[in-house]
Design a protein around this ligand. Structure first.
Ligand SMILES: [Zn+2]
Length: 495
Protein backbone atom coordinates (compact mmCIF):
# COMPACT_ATOMS: atom_id res chain seq x y z
CA UNK A 1 0.00 0.00 0.00
CA UNK A 2 1.64 3.22 -1.03
CA UNK A 3 1.69 6.45 0.89
CA UNK A 4 -1.06 8.18 -1.05
CA UNK A 5 -3.47 5.25 -0.66
CA UNK A 6 -2.82 5.41 3.08
CA UNK A 7 -3.67 9.11 2.98
CA UNK A 8 -6.96 8.47 1.18
CA UNK A 9 -7.89 5.85 3.81
CA UNK A 10 -6.98 8.30 6.58
CA UNK A 11 -9.22 10.90 5.01
CA UNK A 12 -12.13 8.44 4.63
CA UNK A 13 -11.73 7.39 8.27
CA UNK A 14 -11.66 11.00 9.44
CA UNK A 15 -14.81 11.75 7.44
CA UNK A 16 -16.62 8.65 8.76
CA UNK A 17 -15.57 9.50 12.28
CA UNK A 18 -16.75 13.10 11.99
CA UNK A 19 -20.08 12.01 10.44
CA UNK A 20 -20.67 9.48 13.21
CA UNK A 21 -20.00 12.06 15.91
CA UNK A 22 -22.30 14.65 14.36
CA UNK A 23 -25.05 12.09 13.86
CA UNK A 24 -24.71 10.79 17.44
CA UNK A 25 -24.93 14.27 18.88
CA UNK A 26 -27.97 15.09 16.82
CA UNK A 27 -29.57 11.78 17.67
CA UNK A 28 -28.99 12.09 21.40
CA UNK A 29 -30.09 15.70 21.72
CA UNK A 30 -32.66 16.47 19.06
CA UNK A 31 -34.04 13.32 17.48
CA UNK A 32 -36.67 12.24 20.02
CA UNK A 33 -39.02 15.22 20.03
CA UNK A 34 -42.58 14.81 21.32
CA UNK A 35 -44.20 15.68 17.99
CA UNK A 36 -47.46 16.70 19.70
CA UNK A 37 -47.62 13.58 21.89
CA UNK A 38 -47.93 14.00 25.65
CA UNK A 39 -45.11 12.09 27.27
CA UNK A 40 -43.90 11.70 30.80
CA UNK A 41 -40.61 13.64 31.02
CA UNK A 42 -39.26 11.02 33.45
CA UNK A 43 -40.04 7.64 31.90
CA UNK A 44 -41.29 8.82 28.48
CA UNK A 45 -44.49 6.79 28.51
CA UNK A 46 -47.49 8.36 26.82
CA UNK A 47 -49.67 10.22 29.27
CA UNK A 48 -53.38 9.74 28.66
CA UNK A 49 -54.86 11.40 31.69
CA UNK A 50 -56.30 14.86 31.54
CA UNK A 51 -55.71 17.56 34.14
CA UNK A 52 -53.93 17.03 36.44
CA UNK A 53 -51.57 15.02 34.31
CA UNK A 54 -50.31 11.85 35.88
CA UNK A 55 -48.11 9.12 34.47
CA UNK A 56 -49.61 5.66 34.73
CA UNK A 57 -46.23 4.09 34.67
CA UNK A 58 -44.15 5.99 37.23
CA UNK A 59 -46.71 8.25 38.89
CA UNK A 60 -45.19 11.52 37.76
CA UNK A 61 -47.69 14.29 38.39
CA UNK A 62 -47.84 17.79 36.96
CA UNK A 63 -50.40 20.50 36.47
CA UNK A 64 -48.48 22.09 33.56
CA UNK A 65 -49.30 20.43 30.27
CA UNK A 66 -46.14 21.99 28.70
CA UNK A 67 -44.00 19.63 30.78
CA UNK A 68 -45.30 16.75 28.68
CA UNK A 69 -43.95 18.01 25.35
CA UNK A 70 -40.22 17.98 26.16
CA UNK A 71 -37.68 16.59 23.75
CA UNK A 72 -36.05 13.46 25.09
CA UNK A 73 -32.35 14.15 25.39
CA UNK A 74 -29.87 11.39 26.00
CA UNK A 75 -27.12 13.26 27.82
CA UNK A 76 -25.10 10.12 28.49
CA UNK A 77 -24.77 9.40 24.79
CA UNK A 78 -24.06 13.06 24.02
CA UNK A 79 -21.24 13.00 26.60
CA UNK A 80 -19.78 9.88 25.03
CA UNK A 81 -19.91 11.51 21.57
CA UNK A 82 -18.19 14.66 22.85
CA UNK A 83 -15.51 12.60 24.61
CA UNK A 84 -14.93 10.67 21.39
CA UNK A 85 -14.62 13.95 19.50
CA UNK A 86 -12.09 15.28 22.00
CA UNK A 87 -10.10 12.09 21.86
CA UNK A 88 -10.03 12.26 18.07
CA UNK A 89 -8.95 15.89 18.11
CA UNK A 90 -6.20 15.23 20.63
CA UNK A 91 -4.96 12.31 18.56
CA UNK A 92 -4.84 14.55 15.48
CA UNK A 93 -3.02 17.27 17.41
CA UNK A 94 -0.57 14.73 18.66
CA UNK A 95 0.02 13.50 15.12
CA UNK A 96 0.56 17.05 13.88
CA UNK A 97 2.90 18.01 16.71
CA UNK A 98 5.57 15.83 15.11
CA UNK A 99 4.55 16.34 11.49
CA UNK A 100 3.22 19.20 9.46
CA UNK A 101 -0.47 19.13 8.79
CA UNK A 102 0.50 19.27 5.14
CA UNK A 103 1.36 15.60 5.63
CA UNK A 104 -2.41 14.96 5.62
CA UNK A 105 -2.50 15.93 1.94
CA UNK A 106 -1.02 14.03 -0.99
CA UNK A 107 2.41 15.38 -1.95
CA UNK A 108 1.20 16.03 -5.44
CA UNK A 109 -1.43 18.41 -4.12
CA UNK A 110 1.04 20.20 -1.81
CA UNK A 111 3.48 20.61 -4.70
CA UNK A 112 0.71 22.12 -6.80
CA UNK A 113 0.04 24.58 -3.98
CA UNK A 114 3.69 25.64 -3.74
CA UNK A 115 3.15 28.82 -5.83
CA UNK A 116 0.75 29.99 -3.11
CA UNK A 117 3.47 29.81 -0.47
CA UNK A 118 4.05 33.57 -0.60
CA UNK A 119 0.98 34.55 1.38
CA UNK A 120 3.07 34.60 4.55
CA UNK A 121 0.34 32.79 6.47
CA UNK A 122 -1.28 29.46 5.79
CA UNK A 123 0.98 28.31 3.02
CA UNK A 124 4.32 29.63 4.13
CA UNK A 125 5.31 26.31 5.67
CA UNK A 126 4.98 24.43 2.39
CA UNK A 127 8.60 24.89 1.19
CA UNK A 128 9.96 23.76 4.56
CA UNK A 129 7.57 20.83 4.66
CA UNK A 130 8.56 19.69 1.17
CA UNK A 131 12.27 20.07 1.94
CA UNK A 132 11.80 17.88 5.02
CA UNK A 133 9.93 15.26 3.01
CA UNK A 134 12.86 15.12 0.58
CA UNK A 135 15.39 14.76 3.36
CA UNK A 136 13.49 11.95 5.02
CA UNK A 137 13.01 10.22 1.70
CA UNK A 138 9.24 10.40 2.12
CA UNK A 139 8.52 11.37 -1.44
CA UNK A 140 8.00 9.25 -4.50
CA UNK A 141 10.40 9.66 -7.41
CA UNK A 142 7.57 10.95 -9.59
CA UNK A 143 6.71 13.65 -7.08
CA UNK A 144 10.36 14.50 -6.62
CA UNK A 145 10.65 15.18 -10.35
CA UNK A 146 7.36 17.09 -10.32
CA UNK A 147 8.71 19.23 -7.48
CA UNK A 148 12.01 19.83 -9.27
CA UNK A 149 10.14 20.95 -12.37
CA UNK A 150 8.13 23.37 -10.25
CA UNK A 151 11.38 24.79 -8.80
CA UNK A 152 13.10 25.08 -12.17
CA UNK A 153 10.18 27.05 -13.59
CA UNK A 154 9.54 29.08 -10.45
CA UNK A 155 6.36 31.11 -10.53
CA UNK A 156 5.26 34.55 -11.59
CA UNK A 157 6.43 36.18 -8.38
CA UNK A 158 9.52 34.09 -7.76
CA UNK A 159 11.18 33.80 -11.14
CA UNK A 160 14.35 31.71 -11.34
CA UNK A 161 17.41 33.83 -10.57
CA UNK A 162 15.54 36.25 -8.30
CA UNK A 163 15.86 36.76 -4.55
CA UNK A 164 12.25 35.68 -4.23
CA UNK A 165 13.12 32.45 -5.96
CA UNK A 166 16.10 32.02 -3.64
CA UNK A 167 13.95 32.44 -0.54
CA UNK A 168 11.22 30.17 -1.74
CA UNK A 169 12.80 27.40 -3.77
CA UNK A 170 16.49 27.16 -2.90
CA UNK A 171 15.99 25.19 0.30
CA UNK A 172 14.03 22.61 -1.69
CA UNK A 173 16.42 22.40 -4.63
CA UNK A 174 19.37 21.86 -2.30
CA UNK A 175 17.76 18.65 -1.10
CA UNK A 176 16.27 17.40 -4.33
CA UNK A 177 19.09 14.95 -4.96
CA UNK A 178 19.37 13.74 -1.38
CA UNK A 179 18.24 10.21 -0.76
CA UNK A 180 18.40 8.29 2.49
CA UNK A 181 20.69 5.24 2.31
CA UNK A 182 17.78 2.85 2.76
CA UNK A 183 15.94 4.26 -0.27
CA UNK A 184 18.44 4.46 -3.10
CA UNK A 185 17.47 6.19 -6.29
CA UNK A 186 17.31 4.66 -9.75
CA UNK A 187 19.78 5.83 -12.39
CA UNK A 188 16.92 7.00 -14.57
CA UNK A 189 15.52 9.25 -11.84
CA UNK A 190 18.94 10.62 -10.98
CA UNK A 191 19.48 11.35 -14.67
CA UNK A 192 16.27 13.34 -14.80
CA UNK A 193 17.15 15.19 -11.60
CA UNK A 194 20.52 16.18 -13.02
CA UNK A 195 18.93 17.37 -16.22
CA UNK A 196 16.54 19.50 -14.22
CA UNK A 197 19.32 20.93 -12.08
CA UNK A 198 21.42 21.61 -15.15
CA UNK A 199 18.64 23.82 -16.51
CA UNK A 200 18.31 25.83 -13.32
CA UNK A 201 19.27 29.50 -13.56
CA UNK A 202 21.82 30.70 -11.00
CA UNK A 203 21.11 33.44 -8.52
CA UNK A 204 23.67 36.18 -9.11
CA UNK A 205 24.36 38.86 -6.53
CA UNK A 206 26.60 41.81 -7.30
CA UNK A 207 28.68 43.16 -4.47
CA UNK A 208 29.55 46.66 -5.56
CA UNK A 209 30.14 50.05 -4.06
CA UNK A 210 27.33 52.60 -3.86
CA UNK A 211 29.90 55.35 -3.83
CA UNK A 212 33.24 55.35 -5.58
CA UNK A 213 36.41 57.40 -5.95
CA UNK A 214 36.54 58.77 -9.43
CA UNK A 215 40.17 57.96 -9.99
CA UNK A 216 40.35 54.20 -9.50
CA UNK A 217 39.01 51.40 -11.66
CA UNK A 218 35.85 49.96 -10.20
CA UNK A 219 35.66 46.28 -9.34
CA UNK A 220 32.45 44.37 -8.83
CA UNK A 221 32.33 41.04 -7.07
CA UNK A 222 29.95 38.66 -8.78
CA UNK A 223 28.58 36.15 -6.31
CA UNK A 224 27.11 33.14 -8.08
CA UNK A 225 24.81 30.74 -6.28
CA UNK A 226 24.08 27.73 -8.39
CA UNK A 227 22.71 24.20 -8.23
CA UNK A 228 24.28 22.77 -11.36
CA UNK A 229 25.38 19.15 -11.15
CA UNK A 230 29.07 18.48 -10.59
CA UNK A 231 29.49 17.18 -14.13
CA UNK A 232 28.01 20.26 -15.80
CA UNK A 233 30.38 22.42 -17.78
CA UNK A 234 29.34 25.96 -17.13
CA UNK A 235 30.35 29.35 -18.52
CA UNK A 236 29.30 32.87 -17.63
CA UNK A 237 29.75 35.95 -19.77
CA UNK A 238 28.82 39.61 -19.57
CA UNK A 239 26.70 40.23 -22.65
CA UNK A 240 25.62 43.83 -22.14
CA UNK A 241 26.12 46.85 -19.91
CA UNK A 242 23.25 49.31 -20.27
CA UNK A 243 23.22 52.97 -19.17
CA UNK A 244 26.59 52.70 -17.44
CA UNK A 245 29.22 54.71 -19.35
CA UNK A 246 31.94 52.09 -19.47
CA UNK A 247 34.61 52.81 -22.02
CA UNK A 248 34.55 51.01 -25.34
CA UNK A 249 37.69 49.08 -24.50
CA UNK A 250 36.34 48.01 -21.09
CA UNK A 251 33.09 46.88 -22.71
CA UNK A 252 35.01 45.02 -25.38
CA UNK A 253 37.04 43.26 -22.72
CA UNK A 254 34.06 42.53 -20.45
CA UNK A 255 31.94 41.04 -23.19
CA UNK A 256 34.78 38.83 -24.36
CA UNK A 257 35.73 37.45 -20.99
CA UNK A 258 34.25 33.99 -20.59
CA UNK A 259 34.23 32.68 -17.03
CA UNK A 260 34.48 28.99 -16.89
CA UNK A 261 33.58 26.84 -13.93
CA UNK A 262 36.91 25.24 -13.14
CA UNK A 263 35.77 23.00 -10.35
CA UNK A 264 32.40 21.90 -9.24
CA UNK A 265 33.32 22.96 -5.75
CA UNK A 266 30.67 21.80 -3.37
CA UNK A 267 29.75 25.26 -2.34
CA UNK A 268 27.14 26.52 -4.73
CA UNK A 269 28.17 29.98 -3.64
CA UNK A 270 31.32 31.35 -5.22
CA UNK A 271 32.65 34.67 -6.38
CA UNK A 272 34.68 36.22 -9.15
CA UNK A 273 35.58 39.82 -9.79
CA UNK A 274 34.95 41.93 -12.87
CA UNK A 275 36.73 45.14 -13.64
CA UNK A 276 34.68 48.05 -15.04
CA UNK A 277 37.68 50.39 -15.32
CA UNK A 278 37.22 54.05 -14.36
CA UNK A 279 33.80 55.59 -14.75
CA UNK A 280 33.09 59.30 -15.26
CA UNK A 281 31.96 61.37 -12.28
CA UNK A 282 28.22 61.29 -11.67
CA UNK A 283 25.39 59.03 -10.60
CA UNK A 284 24.92 56.03 -12.82
CA UNK A 285 21.92 53.76 -12.81
CA UNK A 286 21.96 50.96 -15.29
CA UNK A 287 22.14 47.25 -15.60
CA UNK A 288 24.45 44.47 -16.49
CA UNK A 289 23.41 41.27 -18.26
CA UNK A 290 25.24 38.05 -17.57
CA UNK A 291 24.55 35.05 -19.77
CA UNK A 292 25.01 31.54 -18.47
CA UNK A 293 25.33 28.34 -20.36
CA UNK A 294 25.33 24.92 -18.79
CA UNK A 295 26.15 21.71 -20.57
CA UNK A 296 25.66 18.37 -18.91
CA UNK A 297 27.48 15.79 -20.99
CA UNK A 298 25.80 12.46 -21.58
CA UNK A 299 27.41 9.50 -19.86
CA UNK A 300 26.73 5.79 -19.42
CA UNK A 301 24.69 6.36 -16.31
CA UNK A 302 23.02 9.47 -17.66
CA UNK A 303 22.56 8.88 -21.38
CA UNK A 304 20.45 11.96 -22.03
CA UNK A 305 22.61 14.91 -21.05
CA UNK A 306 21.25 18.42 -21.11
CA UNK A 307 22.05 21.81 -22.49
CA UNK A 308 20.59 24.95 -20.99
CA UNK A 309 21.21 28.67 -21.06
CA UNK A 310 19.75 31.93 -19.92
CA UNK A 311 20.48 35.56 -19.12
CA UNK A 312 20.42 37.18 -15.69
CA UNK A 313 20.11 40.97 -15.64
CA UNK A 314 21.12 42.89 -12.53
CA UNK A 315 20.81 46.57 -11.77
CA UNK A 316 23.93 48.62 -11.16
CA UNK A 317 23.73 51.88 -9.20
CA UNK A 318 26.92 53.79 -8.55
CA UNK A 319 27.66 57.30 -7.40
CA UNK A 320 31.09 58.22 -8.72
CA UNK A 321 32.55 61.03 -6.64
CA UNK A 322 34.62 63.86 -8.08
CA UNK A 323 37.21 63.98 -5.36
CA UNK A 324 39.73 61.46 -4.33
CA UNK A 325 39.45 60.66 -0.66
CA UNK A 326 42.70 60.96 1.16
CA UNK A 327 43.72 57.86 3.05
CA UNK A 328 46.55 57.94 5.54
CA UNK A 329 48.83 54.94 6.00
CA UNK A 330 48.76 53.00 9.22
CA UNK A 331 50.97 50.14 10.34
CA UNK A 332 51.73 48.75 13.75
CA UNK A 333 52.55 45.42 15.28
CA UNK A 334 48.95 44.68 16.32
CA UNK A 335 47.64 45.14 12.78
CA UNK A 336 50.55 43.15 11.37
CA UNK A 337 49.73 40.30 13.76
CA UNK A 338 46.10 40.31 12.63
CA UNK A 339 47.11 40.14 8.98
CA UNK A 340 49.41 37.22 9.74
CA UNK A 341 46.55 35.42 11.43
CA UNK A 342 44.25 36.15 8.51
CA UNK A 343 46.59 34.39 6.08
CA UNK A 344 47.77 31.67 8.44
CA UNK A 345 45.91 28.86 6.57
CA UNK A 346 48.20 29.45 3.59
CA UNK A 347 47.92 27.53 0.34
CA UNK A 348 45.25 24.96 -0.45
CA UNK A 349 45.94 22.48 -3.21
CA UNK A 350 43.76 19.98 -5.06
CA UNK A 351 45.11 17.00 -6.98
CA UNK A 352 43.45 17.78 -10.30
CA UNK A 353 41.66 20.38 -12.35
CA UNK A 354 42.83 23.49 -14.13
CA UNK A 355 42.56 25.55 -10.95
CA UNK A 356 44.32 23.50 -8.33
CA UNK A 357 45.59 26.22 -6.01
CA UNK A 358 44.06 28.80 -3.75
CA UNK A 359 45.02 30.90 -0.78
CA UNK A 360 42.79 30.35 2.16
CA UNK A 361 42.29 33.46 4.24
CA UNK A 362 40.21 34.62 7.15
CA UNK A 363 39.07 38.23 6.77
CA UNK A 364 37.10 37.99 9.99
CA UNK A 365 40.39 38.32 11.88
CA UNK A 366 40.17 42.06 11.26
CA UNK A 367 36.49 42.36 12.06
CA UNK A 368 36.68 44.23 15.35
CA UNK A 369 34.79 47.49 15.14
CA UNK A 370 37.88 49.61 16.00
CA UNK A 371 39.20 48.68 12.55
CA UNK A 372 36.13 49.99 10.77
CA UNK A 373 37.98 52.93 9.20
CA UNK A 374 40.88 50.86 7.85
CA UNK A 375 41.04 49.45 4.35
CA UNK A 376 43.11 46.34 3.80
CA UNK A 377 44.40 46.17 0.25
CA UNK A 378 47.09 43.53 0.02
CA UNK A 379 49.44 41.89 -2.42
CA UNK A 380 49.79 38.30 -1.23
CA UNK A 381 52.60 36.21 -2.61
CA UNK A 382 53.72 32.61 -2.24
CA UNK A 383 57.51 32.92 -2.30
CA UNK A 384 59.88 30.09 -3.09
CA UNK A 385 63.34 31.16 -1.96
CA UNK A 386 62.40 34.76 -2.60
CA UNK A 387 60.81 34.14 -6.02
CA UNK A 388 57.05 34.81 -6.23
CA UNK A 389 55.13 31.76 -7.51
CA UNK A 390 51.64 33.02 -6.92
CA UNK A 391 50.43 36.58 -6.50
CA UNK A 392 46.93 37.47 -5.37
CA UNK A 393 45.55 40.95 -4.98
CA UNK A 394 42.95 40.95 -2.25
CA UNK A 395 41.02 43.71 -0.56
CA UNK A 396 38.55 44.06 2.26
CA UNK A 397 37.47 46.53 4.82
CA UNK A 398 38.30 46.21 8.49
CA UNK A 399 35.44 45.96 10.95
CA UNK A 400 32.20 44.50 9.70
CA UNK A 401 33.21 44.88 6.06
CA UNK A 402 35.48 41.85 6.30
CA UNK A 403 32.88 39.44 5.04
CA UNK A 404 32.96 41.08 1.61
CA UNK A 405 36.23 40.63 -0.15
CA UNK A 406 37.51 41.24 -3.62
CA UNK A 407 40.43 39.55 -5.30
CA UNK A 408 42.26 39.04 -8.54
CA UNK A 409 44.99 36.62 -9.41
CA UNK A 410 48.01 38.29 -10.93
CA UNK A 411 50.46 35.44 -11.19
CA UNK A 412 50.33 31.69 -10.84
CA UNK A 413 53.08 29.20 -11.51
CA UNK A 414 51.13 25.97 -11.20
CA UNK A 415 54.10 23.67 -11.71
CA UNK A 416 56.07 25.32 -8.94
CA UNK A 417 53.03 25.39 -6.65
CA UNK A 418 52.43 21.68 -7.20
CA UNK A 419 55.72 21.09 -5.41
CA UNK A 420 55.22 23.59 -2.64
CA UNK A 421 55.61 22.23 0.86
CA UNK A 422 55.84 23.53 4.35
CA UNK A 423 59.54 24.24 4.64
CA UNK A 424 62.06 27.04 5.01
CA UNK A 425 61.96 27.50 1.24
CA UNK A 426 58.36 28.66 1.11
CA UNK A 427 56.97 31.80 2.70
CA UNK A 428 53.88 33.91 2.34
CA UNK A 429 54.54 37.61 1.91
CA UNK A 430 51.75 40.12 2.41
CA UNK A 431 52.23 43.79 1.53
CA UNK A 432 49.77 46.58 2.12
CA UNK A 433 48.97 48.51 -1.08
CA UNK A 434 47.29 51.89 -1.27
CA UNK A 435 45.82 51.42 -4.75
CA UNK A 436 44.19 48.14 -3.72
CA UNK A 437 43.02 49.66 -0.45
CA UNK A 438 41.28 52.37 -2.46
CA UNK A 439 39.12 49.72 -4.06
CA UNK A 440 37.52 49.32 -0.67
CA UNK A 441 37.45 52.97 0.33
CA UNK A 442 34.24 53.96 -1.39
CA UNK A 443 32.55 50.68 -0.87
CA UNK A 444 30.54 51.08 2.27
CA UNK A 445 28.08 53.88 2.88
CA UNK A 446 28.03 54.88 6.52
CA UNK A 447 31.39 55.28 8.24
CA UNK A 448 34.07 56.56 5.88
CA UNK A 449 37.38 54.81 5.50
CA UNK A 450 40.29 57.05 6.43
CA UNK A 451 43.29 54.73 6.63
CA UNK A 452 44.99 51.98 4.73
CA UNK A 453 47.16 49.26 6.18
CA UNK A 454 50.68 49.98 4.94
CA UNK A 455 52.53 47.17 6.68
CA UNK A 456 54.43 44.22 5.29
CA UNK A 457 54.67 40.77 6.85
CA UNK A 458 56.19 37.48 5.86
CA UNK A 459 55.25 34.16 7.42
CA UNK A 460 56.07 30.48 6.81
CA UNK A 461 53.54 29.19 4.25
CA UNK A 462 51.22 26.41 5.29
CA UNK A 463 50.19 23.98 2.56
CA UNK A 464 47.15 21.78 2.84
CA UNK A 465 46.26 19.16 0.30
CA UNK A 466 42.61 18.44 -0.30
CA UNK A 467 41.01 15.37 -1.73
CA UNK A 468 39.37 15.67 -5.12
CA UNK A 469 35.82 15.44 -3.84
CA UNK A 470 35.41 18.96 -2.60
CA UNK A 471 32.77 18.23 -0.06
CA UNK A 472 34.14 20.54 2.58
CA UNK A 473 33.16 23.83 4.07
CA UNK A 474 32.76 27.26 2.57
CA UNK A 475 36.22 28.51 3.48
CA UNK A 476 37.50 25.62 1.44
CA UNK A 477 35.68 26.46 -1.70
CA UNK A 478 38.79 27.03 -3.74
CA UNK A 479 38.52 28.61 -7.12
CA UNK A 480 35.33 27.89 -8.88
CA UNK A 481 35.72 30.32 -11.75
CA UNK A 482 38.58 30.93 -14.15
CA UNK A 483 38.76 33.06 -17.22
CA UNK A 484 38.66 30.94 -20.29
CA UNK A 485 41.79 31.88 -22.19
CA UNK A 486 41.89 32.40 -25.96
CA UNK A 487 44.15 29.35 -26.21
CA UNK A 488 44.38 26.14 -24.25
CA UNK A 489 46.14 27.68 -21.28
CA UNK A 490 43.78 29.13 -18.76
CA UNK A 491 44.41 32.64 -17.60
CA UNK A 492 43.68 32.43 -13.91
CA UNK A 493 41.55 35.11 -12.41
CA UNK A 494 39.67 34.26 -9.28
CA UNK A 495 40.74 33.61 -5.76
ZN1 LIG B 1 -43.62 8.25 33.85
Amino acid sequence: MNFETTLILVWISVLLFATTIIYSLWWSLFWDRSRGQRRCPKCWHHVQERFPFRCNECGYLTIFEGNLFRTRRRYGWATIAILALMTGTLWLRDQLSTRSWWSLFPDRMVIAMLPLADDGETFREIPLYLANCLMRGEMSDANRLRLLSQCVHGDSWATPGSYQWLNKFASIVEKIDLFPPNAPVSDATMDEIEQGLNALAPVIILDMPMKWNSVEPIFISVNVMDWWPAQSEVTLRVTAVNDIPVTASALERLTHEVWQRATAANANNTTFTINFDSLPVGTHNGEISIAWESNLPASTNAPLGSHAKGVVTKSVNIDVQPTKEILSPIANSELDALVKEAFEPGLIRWPEGNARHAFSYQPYKTSSSELDAIAFGMIVEAMENGVPRRRLNVWWRGGRGGSRTGFEIMLEDQIALDHAEKSDNWTLRIRGDEILARRVAGMYGNAPITQWWSGQVEIPMNVSDRTSDRTTGRSDRGRAWVLQGPSADVKPKSN
